[in-house]
Write a new protein. Structure first.
Length: 509
């Protein structure tokens, strides 16, 4: 049924598309298929896309999970699929990597435990080198070159010259850029000059940075632009600053910032940014894509007709926005899928997968001591389920995990079924002799219910439920997200079968 609200929404979307048709030089006479933000489901912050011929690759922050530095591939900038991982073991917390190409070789400059490293490869899918320590204590590196000289910018407006191969520092960091003066009326977390991104275009070098802090108040983050005739500066600020900024805490996308530009083969320009979703900070910082235009005086700006929550024409005509990848897994491959990441480790000796199951050795005496296996997902409501079998002494579970101290879920162990609430309190429901059960967690807009079923028995719902809207960075720190996870602690091991995901509330019947 077409309601008045739906009619207004559709009319508004059509108006935006028509406005863009008349404004954009690449628009055709026919309204193209559209996309809506986000372009990735769940937490994928600090996205760093590049174009390679007619295709696109990006990586993003791994934080505390491994494998790290996932490489994603796209042919249209909207639909992305993971194809490789540059880091195959856990090195530490990894923030804001920078993927780039120089002289036919690909580099990822990245901070790990607040020190800068680089890996390199002949192709974005690898194989990638072992990390090279650059000997710099900083975060948020970004590479640029001019006439054979290579430079690395970093947080705080610092810049260092690199050696010709890009794998060492030629001169120590020095100040090269000062913050843009954020208006005093802006409610922000901090000045926090960070996230430099660099681009050479039409005789200028463009430096895009983030200011205002990536968390805190909704209006904190912003995209700031400057340009220079040389890679070392001096830099002049854009008259359009802030290029992008959340204006109000009533908007859908909050703390919008950390922008990087990328072009298409036919001359369109876009910018990726990340943002928290209003009311759903638990999903972390999600990746958005916005078209930009170049002005007559040589600056770029976001098209005024659209917002981060607009309906936007697809970058490539004839393509449609597809559903996000389904993380469901029958564990029939000898390698873990790219949807999975271990917390603070990647120990191949601890797990075995293939043949229709995942064997995970127990580790530690409680959840706080173990390393969970997680898969980030998006959406306001979803359901996850797994069949689990435990050896004596092992407790295993299906969790919604933020960090070891803050997780909720349902477990099977020596005491039977346990319902762990978001505050860490666990209520036990004895199940005599239970060694195997199917566990289900239903996330209904951040209110969580737990279900279990033993062999040949009916589904049961445990009486306790959880609420997780406070499990996010502004409350707990860490720049993390809530994500489904498998866990095992105690002794022996757990066998997991048939992990299933539904992008909706699915109550067992």
């Amino acid at each position: 049924m077409i309601t008045r609200r739906r009619f207004v929404q559709r009319a508004s979307a059509t108006s935006v598309a028509l406005a863009l048709q008349s404004r954009l030089p690449w628009a055709s006479a026919q309204i193209p298929n559209d996309y809506r933000n986000p372009i990735m489901g769940g937490d994928h912050p600090d996205g760093s896309p590049i174009r390679v011929g007619s295709e696109f690759y990006l990586t993003h922050s791994s934080f505390d999970y491994a494998p790290g530095l996932l490489i994603w591939h796209s042919i249209d900038l909207v639909n992305w699929r993971p194809v490789a991982a540059a880091l195959r073991r856990y090195y530490g917390g990894i923030w804001a990597p920078y993927l780039c190409e120089y002289d036919g070789r690909f580099f990822i400059y990245f901070p790990c435990n607040n020190k800068l490293f680089v890996v390199h490869a002949a192709h974005p899918t690898g194989p990638w080198s072992e990390p090279v320590d650059l000997g710099i204590a900083a975060i948020d590196p970004a590479h640029i070159a001019e006439k054979g000289r290579r430079y690395l910018y970093m947080n705080g407006g610092q810049m260092a010259e690199l050696t010709a191969d890009g794998l060492a520092v030629k001169s120590p960091p020095r100040p090269a850029f000062a913050p843009w003066p954020v208006p005093a009326t802006t409610r922000m977390e901090c000045t926090c000059l960070e996230a430099p991104k660099l681009l050479e275009h039409n005789g200028y070098f463009y430096l895009t940075v983030a200011e205002g802090g990536t968390g805190g108040p909704a209006t904190s983050h912003s995209v700031v632009s400057a340009r220079s005739r040389h890679a070392e500066g001096p830099w002049e600020f854009s008259p359009y600053n802030p290029v992008l900024h959340t204006q109000s805490r009533d908007e859908r996308w909050l703390s919008v910032g950390h922008g990087r530009l990328v072009d298409t083969p036919d001359g369109k320009w876009y910018m990726t940014v990340h943002a928290y979703e209003n009311g759903y900070r638990t999903l972390g910082r999600q990746l958005l894509l916005l078209p930009v235009e170049w002005t007559a005086d040589g600056w770029f700006k976001v098209l005024p007709e659209i917002a981060a929550d607009s309906t936007i024409p697809m970058p490539v005509l004839g393509k449609i926005q597809e559903p996000f990848d389904d993380p469901s897994d029958k564990f029939d491959s000898p390698e873990l899928g790219f949807q999975w990441g271990f917390w603070h480790e990647f120990d191949p000796a601890r797990f075995e997968t293939g043949k229709g199951f995942l064997r995970l050795d127990a580790k530690g005496s409680k959840l706080e001591d173990t390393s969970v296996l997680s898969a980030p997902v998006g959406g306001h409501a979803y359901t996850v389920e797994v069949d689990v079998e435990v050896e004596p002494g092992c407790e295993a579970g299906l969790l919604l995990f933020y960090n070891p101290e803050h997780a909720t879920g349902i477990t099977l162990g020596p005491q039977g079924i346990g319902a762990r609430l978001a505050n860490g309190f666990t209520l036990e429901h004895p199940q005599d002799g239970a060694k195997r059960a199917t566990l289900r967690v239903v996330n209904d807009r951040q209110e969580i219910d737990f279900y279990f079923r033993r062999s040949n028995q009916e589904w049961q719902r445990v009486p306790e439920s959880a609420e997780i809207s406070g499990m996010h960075h502004n409350v707990l720190g860490g720049f993390l997200d809530v994500r489904p996870a498998l866990s095992a602690w105690g002794t022996g091991n757990a066998i997991f079968r048939n992990f299933r995901y539904w992008p909706e509330v699915s109550i067992p019947s």
